[in-house]
Write a protein that binds this ligand. Structure first.
Ligand SMILES: Cc1cc2nc3c(=O)[nH]c(=O)nc-3n(C[C@H](O)[C@H](O)[C@H](O)COP(=O)(O)O)c2cc1C
Length: 347
């Protein structure tokens, strides 16, 4: 079969992608105990450098953003040096790589950073406990003060500068999957009645401040964003979320970001308040570069691009199972099936 996936794609003024397949951000919990990327991580990413763009595993902007063990950071000099191993290895193979910047908000846990509490828009707890560390129940978060929100915006900006210093081609703000930024955008987690809650403009204020801060520091064309308009992970949906995203997308359309990326595991999922899938909703309300993801094969992804549902296809689990995914798709060789057991080692 011939695919449109191997067409090159101009991402911005300086970055041309060699094909339309993007490696989705995939947390692997393999950083060292100082949250520094390792040589094994550099080798792992380099093996996948023939994808058009790699988006790094989610990388925390500061200690209290941590919600899982051994997730890398971008707030110390050692972490920046560690990431240089990765970006150099990917660039040496002709690839491009963005860093995904992360703060888990109410999904963080004090266990990881030795604090007394975690920050979130509101004191609304997530049920359950940290995956892989079931003894750590989620705590009731502290509602961030305006001063703390201002500091968070600055820390996102600093982490973005650190990413550029580490050699990344750009950054993707993790605004999806129920983490801090997404928590501001949904009614389930944002019950504030100050300038950061209560209306679409207010609920989108912090996410837009982060976008603006990072764009000002590293350039809008090196700034990208992942969003989940359909709440599906650590969060309940609310039909009022729709107007928040209508407003947010209208604002984002006015910014020339590198791209927007949907955060979803299964893109066949329909949300009644979005009148369909998250992807189709965003495509209808945002007219710039869009990355689709969530259960696609090369064949179904190629079809979706042809139908103009999105521009670039992110592949997650199949790229864990098949470091040589691109080669296999090109030659028609059968793919190795992904299983969760594969998460225990980096290959
Ligand atoms: C092990 C694993 C780790 C993930 N880590 C992240 C992450 O760090 N950041 C993120 O935005 N999404 C993360 N995701 C979601 C993926 O980026 C992607 O949206 C999802 O796997 C669906 O795509 P797929 O069907 O091609 O795997 C993760 C998914 C898996 C399976």
């Amino acid at each position: 079969m011939t695919y449109n996936l191997f067409d090159s794609f101009p991402l911005n003024k300086t970055v041309e992608l060699q094909n339309r397949i993007v490696m989705a951000p995939l947390t692997r919990c393999m950083a060292d105990d100082d949250l520094v990327p390792t040589q094994a991580m550099a080798d792992y990413y380099a093996r996948r450098a023939d994808t058009g763009l790699i988006i790094s595993e989610a990388t925390i902007i500061r200690p209290d953003g941590q919600g899982y063990p051994n997730t890398p950071g971008l707030f110390t000099a050692k972490q920046v040096e560690g990431w240089k191993l990765v970006t150099n290895a990917v660039h040496d193979k002709g690839g491009k790589i963005f860093a995904q910047l992360w703060h888990t908000g109410r999904v963080a846990h004090p266990h990881f950073f030795g604090g007394d509490y975690v920050l979130a828009p509101s004191a609304q707890k997530v049920e359950g406990s940290v995956p892989r560390m079931r003894e750590l129940e989620y705590t009731i978060p502290k509602a961030a003060t305006a001063e703390e929100i201002k500091q968070l915006v600055e820390d996102y900006g600093q982490a973005a500068e650190n990413a550029i210093a580490a050699g990344f081609d750009g950054i993707e703000i993790h605004g999806a999957n129920g983490y801090l930024i997404d928590q501001f955008l949904h009614h389930d987690s944002n019950k504030r009645n100050d300038e950061f809650g209560g209306s679409p403009e207010n609920m989108a204020r912090f996410p837009l401040q982060v976008v603006n801060e990072i764009s000002a520091r590293i350039g809008n064309d090196r700034t990208a964003l992942r969003i989940s308009p359909g709440a599906y992970f650590n969060m309940a949906g609310d039909k009022r979320d729709r107007e928040v995203f209508d407003y947010f997308l209208a604002q984002l359309t006015q910014k020339d970001l590198a791209y927007l990326h949907i955060g979803i595991f299964d893109d066949s999922l329909e949300f009644d308040y979005l009148d369909g899938t998250a992807t189709d909703y965003v495509r209808a309300n945002y007219n710039k570069t869009l990355i689709g993801v969530g259960g696609y094969t090369a064949q179904t992804g190629s079809k979706a691009i042809k139908a103009n549902r999105f521009d670039l296809l992110a592949i997650g689990r199949p790229l864990i199972a098949n470091p040589d995914y691109i080669e296999r798709i090109k030659t028609g060789e059968e793919l190795v099936q992904y299983s969760d057991d594969m998460l225990a080692t980096l290959v």
